[in-house]
Design a protein around this ligand. Structure first.
Ligand SMILES: [Zn+2]
Length: 467
């Protein structure tokens, strides 16, 4: 749940600087010291992390907003020309409270990257140099991934001539993204955008495009193509940083992959590493401190931002636009709370089906009172016929099942999914997908509130593939 804390006009920020946060800081000090007393218990609060895009975070914490300056990194004090070649994090150059104080006293922002003392440092448990927050959405999906896919596709079209712009656009157009990703299906590529190394995709479109790029063009790429190897490593990195739980061994693997990726990028494209490449070097440290990065990326906050922009556009009064937006948003939130139905949020059903197969009924010996539905939305995941569910792991490969029917028992409130089982044959390294075959074995599973992973089944070269 995201609540608005403060709204201000960017012109006021320019006039008042970071003093604009003073009212928020006073509130936070009170919450930290006095807390809130509720039913004879006092709950105290701490500010754990400030999140935002790189420019926003740097300016909020008092670091330089210019990423072309010499010491722009909020995590370390490496100089720009070193950052552009650096393949690993340099522990001896990390910012800490001690060097922060020295840099602050020197009052030389050009030599230290610190423009002003962070106002939030007055809070007991917060310090600008310990604010472990990075933004995967802007760093990766609107940054590195966009840049590298542009470079790779442009090279494949103009240098290697594996395909033409029309070839790839035809495949992008006719690709079946499935109901899971149809909302964010990527638009056609434009050669001019590729030349400027900026594909005009939103972060969500880029997520879908990169996920399926292996299947879209993988068969055109020869094995061991160095640029494709680079893209594969980047996708391995993304797999780890989007994980909901990350083990220590995964963090160590991430460090190795990032170094390998950066080394290859410099060798292949003969280009300096970008600021967002450098920020990736700090990802393992950030994960060790705060956990999975999707907890702090801008994706959720940006979508909330859209709501405020819609209210602003529909409000004619400009006397105090921030107040108008907050009032209307608070009323909307009140209505949302009053109409919120937790059971509907957990599961809702499509139309009932009369012509279900009796065979699945037989699988449910213990429960005869099952009704069948066209689809069910379970914990925000829509499950319907032909969706592939992850049902286990055999030690070597992930095991999948193809959904055929969905049933719900009112007697015990259980959701049953009836599947045709699949045998995972191997992992296709060039297309980043599991190759599976359907087997003549049915299975009924009970959906639980645990994590549900769904996939699209893509028919390709007469093989069934699951991502
Ligand atoms: Zn750094």
């Amino acid at each position: 749940m995201i609540f608005p804390l403060m709204l201000f006009n960017s012109l006021d920020r320019k006039a008042y600087g970071n003093r604009i946060f003073d009212p928020v800081i006073s509130e936070l000090i009170s919450l930290e010291s006095n807390g809130i007393t509720f039913q004879d218990r006092t709950i105290y609060f701490v500010l754990s992390v400030c999140v935002g895009d790189n420019k926003g975070i740097n300016s909020m914490l008092g670091f330089t907003e210019s990423f072309s300056s010499n010491y722009w990194c909020r995590f370390c004090t490496l100089k720009k020309d070193i950052l552009q070649k650096s393949l690993t994090e340099s522990p001896s150059y990390l910012r800490d409270k001690r060097n922060y104080e020295i840099h602050l006293k020197s009052k030389s922002s050009k030599e230290t990257g610190i423009v002003s003392e962070c106002n939030f440092n007055v809070l007991r448990d917060f310090h600008a140099v310990e604010n472990y927050s990075v933004d995967v959405m802007h760093d990766i999906f609107e940054g590195i991934l966009n840049l590298e896919i542009s470079l790779i596709i442009l090279s494949y079209i103009r240098t290697e001539k594996y395909f033409t712009i029309d070839d790839i656009n035809n495949r992008i157009n006719f690709f079946d993204y499935g109901h899971i990703h149809n909302l964010n299906r990527p638009p056609q590529l434009c050669l001019d955008n590729l030349k400027t190394l900026k594909i005009r995709y939103s972060a969500s479109e880029m997520m879908v495009f990169s996920k399926y790029l292996g299947i879209i063009i993988g068969d055109w790429i020869p094995e061991n193509d160095s640029k494709w190897e680079l893209f594969k490593i980047l996708m391995e990195i993304i797999k780890i940083i989007l994980s909901d739980s990350i083990s220590n061994s995964m963090i160590s693997q991430l460090e190795i992959l990032i170094t390998e990726h950066h080394k290859m990028f410099v060798e292949i494209f003969q280009l300096p590493l970008r600021p967002k490449h450098h920020l990736m070097l700090h990802y393992p440290r950030v994960i060790r401190n705060i956990g999975p990065l999707t907890q702090v990326w801008s994706m959720r906050f940006e979508s909330k931002h859209k709501v405020f922009k819609e209210i602003a556009r529909s409000t004619k009064s400009r006397t105090n636009i921030c107040l108008s937006i907050l009032k209307r948003y608070t009323l909307k939130q009140k209505t949302d709370f009053e109409t919120f139905n937790i059971s509907q949020k957990i599961k809702s059903f499509g139309p009932k089906i009369q012509n279900y197969s009796q065979m699945f009924k037989k699988l449910l010996n213990e429960d005869k009172d099952v009704e069948f539905y066209k689809w069910i939305s379970f914990c925000n995941v829509i499950i319907k016929a032909n969706v592939v569910l992850e049902i286990g792991h055999n030690g070597e490969y992930t095991q999948y099942g193809l959904v055929e029917e969905i049933g719900f028992s009112k007697a015990n409130s259980k959701v049953y999914v009836f599947l045709k089982k699949m045998n995972t044959l191997y992992y296709d390294c060039n297309r980043f997908c599991d190759i599976v075959e359907l087997i003549n074995e049915k299975q009924a599973i009970i959906l639980t509130h645990g994590f549900i992973k769904t996939y699209n089944l893509i028919h390709f070269n007469s093989l069934n593939m699951v991502l």
